[in-house]
Write a protein of this length. Structure first.
Length: 116
């Protein structure tokens, strides 16, 4: 059974930083990603990284500010968020998929609130 558990969300002032963590258990697939959903908006892609290599992909809105990394020994993926803006406020979700497939596995989400 695949399980993804996010942690690390919270309240931070604009310009501050947070690091989100996603612990994966059960079967581990190739790609790990982060998505977010703000109130009244659709869920959007934030960043992704393949589990076995070094390919990364970022949404334009977070390039240069967010970094996705992984620690294979701990089955954990991180999202380091710097220079946070009020528009980064959202529930952040971790997701996992096999290469070339849709994002099939999701965590429960963690709230990030950036105060201006």
């Amino acid at each position: 059974q695949v399980q993804l558990v996010e942690s690390g969300g919270g309240l931070v002032q604009a310009g501050g930083s947070l690091r989100l963590s996603c612990l994966a258990s059960g079967r581990i697939f190739n790609d790990m990603g982060w998505f977010r959903q703000a109130p009244g908006k659709e869920r959007e892609f934030v960043a992704a990284r393949d589990w076995s290599g070094d390919r990364t992909n970022y949404a334009d809105s977070v390039k240069g500010r967010f970094t996705i990394s992984r620690e294979n020994a701990k089955n954990t993926v991180y999202l380091q968020m710097n220079s946070l803006k009020s528009e980064d406020t959202a529930v952040y979700f971790c997701a996992m998929r096999s290469m070339g497939s849709s994002w099939a596995y999701w965590g429960q989400g963690t709230q990030v609130t950036v105060s201006s």
